[in-house]
Unconditional design. Structure first.
Length: 791
């Protein structure tokens, strides 16, 4: 077993996993995901491919969620009733505007790879193998030194133990360059590797054939005819390899490797969503990997992963070497122990690891479970919920220096435009595009009829606006012109056609408007207004920057002048969730939609009356909630510059909403909270939403010392900070652009020193804790606390 790098964050356990959701360990390359159990007599590797979905074209009654019967006047009727009565129940609106969901489908598990292992003493471990049953036998006679690890730096899962006097070592990784999951099975003694490997699949009609050490699993989903294929090639060094009926057996080898690839005939192209048969692609990937030495596969994977993973790192305390991660988590209180700090930093590293593993160019974005799913009926279909969840998945991409992982998000959101145009036309008679609460890889952009979560046309605006963030971080002008702006522009046009004049005050409002997943329908709920305002503002900025669409610019400017901004302070000092002052101070609902303008939006800034009102609302909602809700609250408190409360939310999440394998739980497992927490921790350490690079804006007392490298700020700046005694000792800023670089940090208010990479002093101006550096692209600037220097 390769020894872990001493500095790499590692999840470690001293027993095999018996439960998929809470214990098994995830590896993935974006398109493929696998869960490693690490059994002793029987290894289970459950695997996924991201496009294997039921529903959509080919499934019964699929209609994209667009209205299938004409509803002349239905929308107008809802608006008129809301104009007259101020509100309408979700049930009443759903009766008029909803429809039963047809052909929605769900993300599907692909299959399981089972390895029945001999113990190395010559006894065959094959148990007759009718597939399916999990088995854990760590306590089997004579097993010692069991360990199971997920090395986040190497992106490798390892299993090791001694059984029958033989040391067993296995490692697994999912290679993005190779398009394969790879496993190596070895023993400390040559000639002792013996096992039988087989595949099982939950989908009726799937067949496994075997030839030349290769298993081919092939089938088509009964629901929609989607074709799928997985192949596994077993390569043994020494010993014998024999094809069996549905399995491959290796006896007495020195070492064996398997490579697995899987695919479907899905294509992200409206309206058919089908492309080439997967066979050629899967065959090519497996052939290529099977013909490449293991060490080479591993080295290429390592380089690919490290190029992303190593860019950013948070250190709060070293991981205790011998404490298994489940025990570290069980002992966690959020108090002052080093173990707690180490777990927090591990959670940060793990969230970044999970994003790399579940979102790489060339496949769909991370869904509610990233890429991992073992159920034919997963929670919420393991779909793309877009009233916060998909957006949250990508909050850390830029700040935590993983911009490339957002490519699948951009591509997917862009793919929603074509079906979303149809929904906009058919349901609203509007130009542009729309999508509601949740969607699938098949462009489900219309509605269903679950009253409390069916209507959210603002989702398109939110999704599109988040693409503009990537531009702000530094994606470059061609990204804005070619990728973000076209999607934003059409989302904006939809709202220009759809906004409604509020008869009470003549402002432009969204109607019907529904604050996710909460309260009555009304006109101009805070989130609706804030999102539309945000989209129109950023689309106008983008159009101006690109010199595009002058007529549209004028139209947007006109709408903005009349738009209700959706930020109001109510009777108990709260930020109002609705245009009417309806908020209940006893309400602890998980969604805090009315605080969108605080985060991820940026219109509400700390230390303003609106921010104080946001604090009142946030305090009233309390520190509970689902995993993702707690993660969002880390971000909110960080934006309010309250590091201690942000940390308290992180502690709540780790204590109450995190599983032994450190997956976030709603419950059940839902990955958005892992990603939201990384974003929140990044916001505690660095903020850039308000024109400055704000260093350590919300550092909690619980983090008196530490360091972070490679955080990203808007304006193409990369930042390293180390701190002691709660203040920055050293800040390194790498400028991607030439021009004024504004840095805010407590250390700047006192004696400090600023140097460029050559040790020279750049031109700077200072105003209190704000330093403006006359920066040059490519240069790095180091700010140090300097007790000797004049202030
Ligand atoms: C939103 C949330 C739920 C859940 C679901 C997947 O609808 O309100 O809590 O996270 O998405």
């Amino acid at each position: 077993m390769t020894t872990p790098h001493p500095d790499d964050p590692v999840l470690r356990y001293d027993a095999p996993a018996t439960d998929w959701e809470t214990q098994a360990l995830p590896i993935g390359n974006g398109a493929l995901g696998a869960m490693v159990f690490g059994g002793v007599g029987r290894e289970r590797i459950q695997f996924n491919e991201k496009s294997l979905w039921t529903g959509g074209p080919g499934s019964e009654g699929y209609d994209h969620g667009d209205w299938t019967r004409p509803r002349p006047g239905a929308l107008a009727e809802v608006r008129a009733r809301i104009d007259a009565e101020g509100r309408m129940s979700p049930e009443a609106v759903a009766a008029l505007l909803g429809q039963p969901r047809r052909g929605y489908g769900a993300y599907q598990p692909f299959g399981d790879l089972w390895i029945d292992l001999a113990d190395g003493s010559g006894t065959s471990g094959r148990s007759g193998g009718s597939g399916g049953a999990e088995e854990s036998d760590r306590d089997g006679a004579g097993v010692t030194g069991y360990r199971r690890e997920l090395d986040l730096g190497e992106a490798v899962a390892r299993v090791g133990y001694t059984s029958g006097g033989v040391e067993h070592l296995r490692e697994y990784f999912a290679s993005h360059p190779g398009g394969v999951v790879v496993g190596r099975i070895s023993t400390g003694t040559p000639g002792r590797v013996s096992f039988t490997l087989r595949l099982s699949c939950p989908h009726p009609g799937a067949r496994v054939t075997v030839s030349g050490g290769r298993l081919i699993l092939r089938g088509a989903l009964a629901d929609n005819g989607m074709r799928f294929e997985a192949q596994v090639q077993v390569v043994a060094r020494g010993g014998t390899r024999v094809d069996g009926d549905g399995h491959v057996t290796v006896e007495g080898a020195d070492e064996a490797v398997f490579v697995l690839s899987a695919g479907t005939d899905y294509a992200d192209v409206h309206p058919r969503y089908r492309g080439a048969d997967p066979r050629a692609r899967v065959t090519a990937a497996v052939d290529e990997a099977a013909g490449t030495p293991y060490e080479r596969l591993r080295a290429v994977h390592r380089a690919d992963h490290r190029a992303l993973f190593d860019r950013c790192r948070l250190d709060l305390a070293p991981l205790p070497a011998d404490v298994p991660t489940d025990r570290l988590r069980a002992a966690y209180t959020g108090g002052p122990s080093d173990g707690d700090r180490a777990l927090e930093a591990l959670f940060f590293a793990y969230g970044r690891y999970l994003l790399i593993a579940s979102s790489r160019p060339g496949s769909l974005p991370a869904n509610l479970q990233g890429v991992w799913n073992d159920s034919v009926n997963p929670p919420w279909s393991a779909d793309y919920h877009v009233n916060i969840n998909l957006q949250m998945n990508y909050w850390p991409a830029e700040p935590a220096n993983l911009a490339e992982t957002a490519e699948p998000y951009d591509r997917y959101v862009t793919s929603l435009v074509a079906p979303g145009r149809e929904s906009a036309r058919r349901m609203f008679g509007a130009r542009g595009w729309v999508v509601h609460d949740e969607t699938t890889p098949f462009g489900f952009t219309g509605v269903h009829d679950w009253a409390t979560a069916f209507w959210f046309p603002e989702a398109a605006a939110w999704l599109a606006r988040q693409m503009y963030e990537r531009h702000l971080f530094g994606a470059g002008p061609s990204y804005l012109r070619g990728t973000a702006y076209p999607v934003m522009r059409e989302a904006a046009v939809f709202w220009l056609d759809t906004l409604h004049v509020d008869p009470r005050d003549g402002t432009l409002v969204v109607s019907p408007s529904y604050s996710p997943e909460h309260g009555d329908f009304s006109a101009g709920a805070a989130m609706s207004q804030q999102i539309v305002l945000d989209l129109l503002t950023t689309t106008l900025e983008a159009a101006r920057e690109l010199g595009e669409d002058p007529a549209l610019q004028a139209e947007i400017a006109d709408a903005l002048a009349r738009l209700d901004p959706g930020v109001r302070i109510g009777s108990w000092g709260q930020l109002q969730e609705w245009k009417g002052d309806w908020d209940d101070p006893g309400d602890t609902h998980r969604h805090l939609s009315h605080l969108y303008a605080l985060h991820p939006g940026s219109r509400v800034r700390a230390s303003t009356p609106e921010a104080e009102a946001a604090r009142v609302s946030l305090t009233a909602r309390g520190d509970g909630g689902t995993g993702w809700s707690k993660a969002w609250k880390i971000n909110f408190w960080a934006r309010l510059l309250d590091g201690d409360h942000a940390h308290r939310m992180l502690a709540e999440q780790l204590r109450g909403s995190t599983l032994d394998n450190l997956w976030d739980t709603h419950p059940p497992f839902q990955i958005d909270g892992n990603f939201g927490a990384v974003s929140g921790m990044a916001e505690m350490l660095l903020q850039s939403a308000h024109g400055t690079v704000h260093v350590l804006p919300a550092l909690p007392a619980a983090w008196p010392r530490g360091s972070v490298t490679g955080l990203r700020a808007r304006g193409d700046v990369t930042v390293d900070v180390s701190w002691t005694g709660g203040t920055a000792a050293r800040i390194v800023l790498r400028a991607g652009r030439t021009g004024p670089l504004k840095v805010r940090a407590a250390v700047i208010a006192g004696p400090h020193d600023v140097r460029d990479a050559a040790g020279g002093r750049p031109r700077t101006t200072r105003d209190g804790d704000l330093l403006t550096i006359d920066a040059r692209a490519g240069e790095s600037y180091t700010v140090t606390a300097d007790a000797g220097a004049p202030g």
